[in-house]
Design a protein around this ligand. Sequence first.
Ligand SMILES: [Zn+2]
Length: 403
Amino acid sequence: MSNQKLNNLKELLKKLKQDKGRCFIDSCGRKSIGSHTISKSRILEKLQENDEKLGVILLHLEDKTNVDFKHRTLSTYQNSERRLIKKGKSSASVFYGFCVKHDANLFQELDNETYSNTDKINFLHAYRGFALYVTKSNDQFSFLQNKILENSIRVENPRTEDLNQGLEKVSHVMDQIDDNLQMQAQKTTSWIDKIRVLIQKDIVVDETELRKSINRQLSQLNEDILFPIPGYVFKKKIKKIIDAAYLKIGVPEKRIPELENIVNHRIKENRRIKSIFNSAVLKKNYNVIDYVSRPIDGIYNITGNFVFCNSRKELFSLTFFPEFETKKTQVIIASLEDRQETLNQLKTIDVLEYKKLLSSIIIHQGTNVFMSPSFFDQLDEEIQKEMVSEKSTSNLRILNIFK
Ligand SMILES: [Zn+2]
């Protein structure tokens, strides 16, 4: 491992740490507080339902921070770590973006009043979506530093082969699980136990730390799963844990410059987004974004606020939420670039096409998305599967969650 390259990357990441935990508005400098990207009282609270085991909850579609070497992305906005979890409203949609003063000053209209279709309100929805997107980068950079770089020094480990053999045995065990088997909690526990025994017996490298880490991840596994879980999804989850163990052996040298490029690109993009939004909000110059606001008739118990990219890799924010007073589901799509043409098409396409397009974005790239458990239950099975799957299928455009 070339220490110089590794050190460069480490230095770069260290600099970024200075930004972490500070208000999104650079000139402010105060500590950021945990705040909601979606109104707790007007929206999240109303999507909650009783769960026998967990009390009052809603379902949260989120992506976990990871580094995707294959697609060379730092973010997981590519669906690489999607999961559906149950949460109470108080921790739902929280991010550390703004300080106590700016959070209250900027967003109180969004959080407490009925939606109005004005430049200012639409700007603020997009602002919050992009602020979440940029803030998440910092978590990703920390993750990269703590979980990957710290372990990369172990690349010369002479006992790597032993680890490989142990992990291979684990994959053999997984081959015995049928893809279409519908697994209940008990069933997965017995498989996890089997895998754990193998790890105990056969993985000799780094006995304490690596084993502990795999075991810890295995124990957490069942907490994240909604049962029954199909065999193929369960296997995927196990595979991810195993892959992470491989990763611990070290980052291949040739990946370091790649990672540096990814990080640099993301930093540049984030700075640009920040400076455009922040200067606009300070000057109250709300027309710097292009947007379309087109509601859907009826209440759908699903909400979200996130940034997605289209096939041309252009970034847009999507905000959508049920508005109970007007019996409409408000939808705002915005861009920092001049995308008036693309956005105008959204104003005029057929309503069914519009719903399918939104569904496809939510199913494919949705994160920071919340829904009531009963809304999820009534979705087509295909959509439910697609929401937590890693690879999108080609017929995605025909799926519609707004029926
Ligand atoms: Zn502030």
